[in-house]
Ligand binder design. Structure first.
Ligand code: HEM
Length: 189
């Protein structure tokens, strides 16, 4: 998992519960206490899964509450850190379409070929039409709940209204998550 994701999580914990909570999460997840996550470097998926699981406990949040809180924090961070992507996408439909390109841009900076491929392989998007995309997602991290929270965040940012229907899910034993996003209304319609 590319370190931007862990960095945003630890920043969120810091903001909500202070530096001691960050230390506790690192300790319980077996992450060295002096580790600084770098936004373009790859760290292990197992470690991310431990960090996220412990974070739920320390922040006393359900998984869904944590996805929502994380998605809000991630969107705010991304708007500041990567304003060009927001300028390029004129609505949330375009942003969700760019999402794999954004991820693959991160992957292109990863030196190890198998780690690079692992990032590229997680998402595949079918662009059905202007109001409907289908995202195919496969990952050991099983973060479709985060995908949906981030999609809602992007829709909120642009003032669009979406419907999300997850027709297959890794958590239900399917081979992938198949997430349909339909735009009911774009801002200004
Ligand atoms: C500027 C916007 C964005 C940036 C910079 C960004 C960046 C990243 C990076 C670097 C990762 C780690 C990739 C990896 O190690 O596999 C990631 C993971 C993820 N992103 Fe994004 N992303 C953005 C927008 C989005 C959006 C809009 C969505 C969903 C609608 C999304 C969904 C996810 C999910 C679900 C993961 C976890 C993948 C996994 O490990 O299973 N991202 N993102």
């Amino acid at each position: 998992m590319v370190g931007l994701i862990q960095k945003v999580l630890l920043d969120l914990i810091h903001e909500k519960a202070g530096p001691e909570a960050v230390d506790e999460v690192k300790r319980r997840a077996n992450v060295p206490d002096d580790r600084v996550f770098r936004i373009g470097e790859v760290y292990s998926d197992d470690e991310w899964q431990r960090l996220f699981a412990v974070s739920l406990d320390v922040l006393d949040l359900s998984q869904d509450q944590a996805y929502e809180a994380y998605a809000q924090a991630f969107c705010a961070d991304a708007r500041q850190r990567f304003p060009k992507w927001f300028d390029m996408a004129k609505n949330s439909r375009m942003f969700l379409e760019y999402q794999t390109t954004i991820h693959n841009t991160f992957a292109s900076g990863v030196v190890d070929a198998s780690q690079r491929q692992a990032v590229n392989d997680k998402f595949l998007i079918d662009k059905i039409d202007e109001r409907h995309i289908v995202t195919h997602y496969r990952s050991p991290n099983k973060l479709c709940g985060l995908y949906k929270a981030l999609a809602r965040c992007m829709a909120g940012h642009y003032g669009d209204e979406i419907l999300i229907d997850e027709r297959q899910c890794l958590d239900r034993g399917d081979r992938e998550c198949e997430i349909h996003v339909t735009w009911k209304r774009f801002k200004g319609e």
